[in-house]
Write a protein that binds this ligand. Structure first.
Ligand code: HEM
Length: 206
């Protein structure tokens, strides 16, 4: 692992560890996850990913489209879901420099690693997979391994200057902190609508 990635990992590790245990995300790794819990976790991630990808000019937002597709399968309208504000004290950090934007890609694309690991459990519990309902976790159709490898090269080249690396680490940590705030802000009243009994995978024989 190169020094730039190592530094980004260290700068975000504590926050990542806390996120793993966040009540709204934790069901993603539980064998008894319910459809409602799954929908809620995706909705929370959408409220973070959508404005973050917009702030980056939608570059590399293919996974966001997968997330929106999964939410529709779950009966939620992604356009109607609450999103984190792009600015302000509770909003996203400013991503106005190349190192900060690169760090944001690291955070957003890195989250796919956890997603792939969660996929088999989601398929077992809910019947969703990379073709339907869990395309975001599966990174369906995307070559995440190749993209990640290319990003790792960029990190080491473009963050070779210690000042740039410091900017990137601060941005990555701030982005994780913003996600933590957003998760705390989320209330049950903001859940996407999930119709009882409608389109349940078990009833479709999926
Ligand atoms: C329940 C929630 C989560 C779990 C269980 C989880 C799990 C994991 C796991 C197992 C890895 C390591 C994969 C590997 O080494 O191949 C990983 C890496 C990563 N995750 Fe998560 N994750 C979660 C949520 C998130 C979220 C919400 C984000 C950011 C939005 C995120 C960002 C990252 C990043 C940036 C890495 C790459 C770290 C590196 O190796 O440099 N994760 N995650």
């Amino acid at each position: 692992m190169g020094p730039a990635r190592q530094a980004l990992r260290a700068a975000t590790q504590e926050s990542h560890d806390r996120l793993d245990k966040a009540a709204v995300l934790q069901p993603l790794v539980r064998p008894d996850i319910t459809r409602e819990q799954y929908a809620r976790a995706l909705a929370v991630l959408h409220g973070f990913n959508a404005p973050a990808e917009r702030a980056l000019g939608n570059d590399g937002a293919a996974r966001l489209d997968l997330l929106r597709d999964d939410l529709r399968v779950l009966g939620a309208d992604p356009d109607a879901l609450p999103e984190m504000t792009e600015t302000g004290p509770n909003g996203l950090p400013t991503l106005d420099s190349p190192p900060a934007r690169l760090a944001a890609r690291y955070v957003l694309d890195g989250s796919a690693h956890g997603g792939r690991a969660m996929l088999p459990g989601i398929t077992r519990a809910l019947g969703f997979d990379g073709r339907r309902g869990a395309r975001f976790l599966a990174s369906d159709g995307l070559d995440m391994a190749a993209d990640w490898k290319a990003l790792m090269v960029r990190l080491e080249v473009e963050l070779a200057d210690p000042a740039d690396l410091a900017t990137a680490c601060a941005a990555a940590a701030a982005l994780f902190a913003a996600l933590e705030r957003w998760i705390l802000e989320w209330t049950p009243g903001m859940d996407p609508w999930i119709g009882p009994g409608e389109n349940r995978p078990s009833e479709r024989g999926a």
